[in-house]
Design a protein around this ligand. Structure first.
Ligand code: ADP
Length: 259
């Protein structure tokens, strides 16, 4: 497939995902362009996290295909045919994607610096010096230059989440997935994390897909917002349009309940 820079970075093509008899996504199709920041909103259970988990290859599709820059996630091309991906293919694709979760999942027994250098040295083969230089820059970006030798337990939730963001960026992903990254934080710590994400969105060309309940943030930072209901995109628009003059009744209802 072509990897022209104007092609979408992420393509969902007729993706179906079931859990038992429950069809969570029913032939869902959408694309995300290079460098776009797209926010997924919608009621709980509408399939948003499943989309991120599919992209992270933590789940497999039951039908359709997902590709990143033209490269299929769950399949690979062999002799002109699509066959299920092998582990080598999956790990190569995974390397292009970073994910930050609601729970920060830092390694508790490692310093902040080690948390950030571990994967680049182990997976990408960077030297210790290169990985540390990268980590120092990233700690500066997330405002935690003075915490390199601290352990995660010595940090607030907001600081831990900023380390988790730096850790994800240390792998230089093409795509960053953010799954309710402020939901576990005390309210006073949310703004610091969101401002770091805003800076990443405006200063890097990473394609970002974000599930959040922070509507003001979604409005400020997104290039596009997709409203989900029962595994379908019912509205897909720039934030000014979606938040001020939504077309679908379900979007209006959802926004009036959360805003
Ligand atoms: P959202 O992120 O929009 O809240 P999810 O993607 O988490 O929605 O979930 C969509 C639906 O899929 C829900 O009904 C949820 O219960 C179901 N689901 C998600 N993961 C699993 C799983 N591992 N096993 C069974 N059902 C699941």
């Amino acid at each position: 497939m072509s990897t022209d820079s104007t092609d979408p970075t992420i393509t969902f093509d007729a993706v179906t995902k079931r859990f038992g008899a429950h069809v969570v996504l029913d032939e869902l199709s959408f694309t995300v362009d290079p460098g776009e920041f797209v926010t997924l909103i919608g009621p709980s259970g509408s399939g948003k996290t499943t989309i991120l988990r599919l992209l992270m290859t933590l789940e497999k599709v039951d039908g359709g295909t997902i590709s990143i820059d033209g490269e299929y996630l769950s399949h690979m091309e062999r002799g002109g045919k699509l066959v299920p991906a092998d582990e080598k293919h999956l790990s190569r694709v995974r390397r292009r994607i970073g994910m930050v979760f609601q729970q920060f999942n830092l390694f508790p027994n490692m310093s902040v610096l080690r948390n950030i250098t571990e994967a680049p040295t182990r997976v990408l083969g960077l030297s210790k010096g290169e990985a540390e230089a990268r980590a120092v820059d990233l700690l500066d970006m997330v405002g935690l230059s003075d915490k390199a030798s601290a352990h995660p337990t010595q940090l607030s939730g907001g600081q831990q989440q900023r380390v988790a963001i730096a850790r994800a960026l240390a792998m230089r992903p093409d795509v960053l997935l953010l799954d309710e990254v402020t939901s576990a934080l005390d309210p006073e710590l949310v703004a610091g994390v969101l401002s770091v994400l805003k800076e990443i969105a405006s200063t890097t060309d990473i394609t970002m897909l974000c599930v959040t309940h922070e509507m003001q943030f979604a409005r400020d930072v997104s290039d596009r917002v997709m409203m989900f209901d029962s595994g379908r995109v019912i509205e897909d628009a720039v934030p000014e349009k979606l938040f001020t003059s939504p077309e679908h009744d379900r979007t209006k209802e959802f926004l009036s309940a959360v805003l």
